[in-house]
Design a protein. Sequence first.
Length: 131
Amino acid sequence: APMNLGSLTGVTGQIVSDFSGTDERELAASFYCNAPAKVTITAEPLLHDTVTFVADSASFTNRVDYTATLVWDDVTGNVTSTAASGQEISAPEANIGPMTLMLSDPTVANNLRPVAGGYNGQVRLTISLTQ
């Protein structure tokens, strides 16, 4: 389900240091796996809905990066949207508990200003048994 992160820019048009909207989502109140497992978390950058090419690329960008953090009871891990591949998080024994996703630390390359408009990205979780 979509998360509204709020405005990505401040009054000067520069990227904000924290998301002002909903940056945390409980994915499950009690998620359980009855054997050792691994969770792979992958974060795609937030990309502008319609602007795929930025004419003034010395001043503006159509990409915002961030950190995605997964907390599953006592298991925690994170990945940035600049990572080439996902981050594996090990759950070495059976685990039961709440599973929460948090997004933080919005950033842009070279302190560029994000182009005005809507942005979309995606975080993927893959859970698999390790036995």
